[in-house]
Design a protein around this ligand. Structure first.
Ligand SMILES: NC(=O)c1ccc[n+]([C@@H]2O[C@H](COP(=O)([O-])OP(=O)(O)OC[C@H]3O[C@@H](n4cnc5c(N)ncnc54)[C@H](O)[C@@H]3O)[C@@H](O)[C@H]2O)c1
Length: 340
């Protein structure tokens, strides 16, 4: 993040904050930035205009609230907080102050997904009625990680899957009415949060989104056609596919095979037909811009704050995604359909 924004016009200096002394030393030595373990050194400095909250999840709400209180513009990583009540508190605080607050849903900047949004906005898919996301990954956080515990990570949906809830909301463009989620027993025994879900969201306009997520040791499967890409997969996953189906066409995205396909539906004398009209790919070097374009997002946030522009997506919109995240956890735990 620091490397991405340090040379942006208008950025004179970056101060890094961490509570761990070894991390402060590392930030100072390896990146050559000012680094401190004192929040006051950041919050009380009037030259600091923008704060990026990139600490572990339980620290998001307290750090964001403190930065807003100190009059800073804030970018806060997803999830906004580890509870819905805290996420609401954060967004209300920003709104009460009229402050800049953008949440780190960088997939809304990623070319793979902005392409889908552009096609939808051009009407090429008609009305989006059904989206499906299949996400299979290995266990990616080791034993003892803060991510694996509910109180420090906030649950798998918020920590990992919030991106894949945020995107269908963005594409369908209608409020979600209700959520149903089920989980099987965990595969990864030291995860104190769920490691698998089938979740279904129903939107007010009738559209339906489905998200299937499961962690298992896919990386070691020798028949895996992607086994040569272990380095790419080792943190991100194994399979991440979307199908976005509209009344006039459909799109399929496949992150790890670097593929995006678009079909148009047509009418023929005997039945409906579909025609593949676009097929795109990209190189490994372009992965970050297509998949997780954090650099693009963070540069845009710097530019917006300097220009006095609002966030690309209001924090209240991100709060809706958080509402769905916690509703999915509630449904998975209770076995009940949850109205939103
Ligand atoms: N948007 C994305 O795609 C994306 C990708 C990766 C990580 N993230 C988010 O970024 C955050 C950090 O992830 P990570 O992998 O770097 O975690 P990490 O555990 O490697 O680093 C977190 C750091 O926060 C520090 N920290 C904890 N509490 C603090 C506090 N009160 N004040 C200052 N520093 C504190 C820790 O000492 C640690 O160095 C998480 O919220 C994660 O969800 C988002």
């Amino acid at each position: 993040m620091i490397k991405a924004i340090r040379d942006e016009p208008g950025v004179d200096e970056i101060v890094a904050l961490d509570i761990r002394p070894e991390r402060v030393r590392q930030l100072r030595d390896e990146l050559g930035v000012m680094a401190t373990d004192s929040p006051a050194a950041v919050l009380d400095d009037p030259e600091v205009k923008l704060v990026f909250v990139t600490a572990s999840n339980a620290a998001h709400a307290p750090l964001t609230l403190a930065a807003l209180e100190a009059g800073k513009a804030v970018m806060c990583e997803k999830p906004i907080a580890t509870t819905l009540a805290d996420a609401e508190r954060v967004v209300r605080a920003a709104e009460a102050k009229g402050a800049f607050l953008q949440i780190g849903f960088e997939l809304r900047y990623s070319k793979l997904y902005t392409q889908v949004k552009n096609w939808i906005d051009q009407g090429l898919l008609g009305d989006v009625v059904n989206t499906q996301c299949n996400y299979i990954c290995e266990e990616f956080h080791k034993k003892g990680s803060w991510r694996n515990r509910l109180e420090t990570g906030g649950g798998m949906f918020g920590e990992k899957l919030s991106h894949y809830v945020d995107q269908p909301r963005w594409w369908v463009g209608s409020p979600v009415k209700d959520v149903f989620a089920v989980c099987a027993p965990n595969v990864v025994p030291y995860y104190e949060v769920h490691d698998n879900y089938h979740a279904v969201y129903r939107f007010a306009n009738g559209a339906v989104s489905e998200l299937t997520f499961v962690m298992y040791m896919a990386q070691t499967y020798q028949g895996d056609p992607l086994k040569d890409f272990v380095a790419t997969q080792s943190r991100d996953g194994h399979e991440l596919r979307y199908r976005i189906i509209g009344t006039r066409g459909a799109v399929e995205t496949d992150v790890f095979n670097r593929r995006i396909l678009r079909w148009e539906f047509g009418d023929a004398p005997e039945r409906m037909i579909s025609t593949l009209v676009e097929e795109a790919t990209w190189t490994r070097e372009e992965d970050s811009r297509h998949f997780h374009n954090e650099d693009g997002q963070n540069r845009d946030i710097v530019r917006r704050v300097l220009a006095g522009e609002p966030p690309a997506t209001p924090a209240r919109d991100a709060l809706e995604t958080m509402r769905l995240v916690f509703a999915a956890e509630q449904s998975a735990d209770s076995g009940e359909l949850v109205s939103v």
